[in-house]
Design a binder for this molecule. Sequence first.
Ligand code: M6R
Length: 615
Amino acid sequence: MCGIVGAIAEKNIVPVLLDGLFCLEYRGYDSAGLVITNNGLQRLRTAGRVAELEKKVVEQKTNGFAGIAHTRWATHGEPSERNAHPHLSSAESKIAVVHNGIIENHEIMRKRLQVEGFRFDSDTDTEVIAHLIAFNLRKSDGLLRAVSLAISELQGAYAIAVMEENHPERIIVARNGAPLLLGLGEQGNYAASDASALLKTTRSMIYLEDGDIAELYKDRYAIFECRNGDLSQEIKRPVHHSDLTSDAIDMGPYAHFMQKEIFEQPSAVANTLEMVLNAQAILPGLFGSAAERIFSQTKGLLILACGTSYHAGLVARYWLETIAGLPCTVEIASEYRYRNPIADAHTLVVGISQSGETADTLAAMSYAKALGHLHSLAICNVAESALIRQTDLRFLTRAGPEIGVASTKAFTTQLASLLLLTIVLAKMRNKLSSEKETAVIAALRHLPAALQSTLQIEPEVQEWAQRFSEKRHALFLGRGVHYPIAMEGALKLKEISYIHAEAYASGELKHGPLALVDREMPVVAIAPNDQLLSKLKSNLQEVHARGGELYVFADADTQIEESNQLHVIRLAEHAGILSPILHTLPLQLLAYHVALVKGTDVDKPRNLAKAVTVE
Ligand code: M6R
């Protein structure tokens, strides 16, 4: 994970570095640091947040025309100032490095460099890179060559930015397996882990490819390909104009990004569905120009994802099987990539990811391709992400930037997109009549309004949150297509309130977890008025009869009544196939309000980061 910013310009670049780090804190926030050139390399580092670094910058009146900066999510070495980036190496010329990724062969390299006389001041894998560059600088004709030789020895994933004290007029950056882009300004050039970090400075961006290495000067830049230490001639990469607005990453009137993002869901879903809301039919072309051809050959689906995106895949499996009659497997990407699954050429591989940079999802997608799956589709929220660039077909969820670590609007927009996919595939397989399609389009048209009215239950959820905040554990129950929604609710609660929460398919209760039920274990149940309602009611009775305290989110017409130890919040009438989307919102609100009562850091929960770019 971690976020990187680099800047070299005709003006003081420290504000650019700090603004960039604030935007990148979603990638990690254990410690922060920067190096700028001002009569030599000057380094400032802090444990904790970027705000702490900013205080130091103000106290020390730090300024300079070139610099690199970093916000960290600790992998090797505890979160501390000593392990904060940039890391330095002082041989003939002082080198500073910031790094996002993991160097897998760092232990061997560390021993080798120690034998060469390099002293290590941190526990990080990154310090190896700094010393390795310094070592190679001794035997090469400049920093560019030294960096290319050094990275040829690195195994693992990295995006790095490097400065050299003796040549402060230049920054070198390189990437392999971790995101990095260049920002081109009129009075300077920049680099960052993602576009949001540079929006206040420039919108002209170049997305570097794996194996690229670039030199940045204040008035020019050059990109090369680096293979096994050899540098190519200078190459060109396309310049993109980023459409992201910096307003989209402002909190506005909300107390937290998570709250803002929960309440943005009606518009995020409407934006995602824009192309179909006024249409008469849902067409394959939504997924790309080759979609019709590829879908006509599709015999099944393999969905690969992590975390919340994995839960979206689990919901989609019910839809794909029931509506489109297609077999569907959903796999946790980090598991799939290390198994020996049997591939089928005409099973479409679907990668779901908010960020499009999740290392396990990207690796699992590549693995599926290598195993023989012919076609792939990305459902993703970031247009310029690695996932979008590596698949044959793509559907962009238009949720807008999601900053809170807990995923909310990304999930509901993923569900909306997956329902469109289901409808397209169902139609192509003659499993859906045009009347039914018209009914689905009408339901989708109503969805933003239905989401808006579901959000009205917030005050009732707030009351429950007070009681929940005193608990240490919670169970979440759901059945059928709502079981993954229970999983998502449990993930939200544990992620931001640190209350241990587990989800069960409610039929599983009596096979073990019922033993946990007592007054100290709140049981949250999702109770839509669907064909499994009577079964769910029996499961609720099993909890009630054993003194458990039930918190039920029930459709209005379920006839589940409040009683002692059975609390009910009512949603609208049953929303048909859209029900899982609507039932997600109360669980997000519950997690949010419990976290508020507990006083945790809602947007930046401990130990986590937004984009999980390491495995
Ligand atoms: O960017 P992605 O959707 O690939 O991220 C996957 C997970 O890391 C992510 O959904 C994570 O589980 C969320 N923090 C959950 O709220």
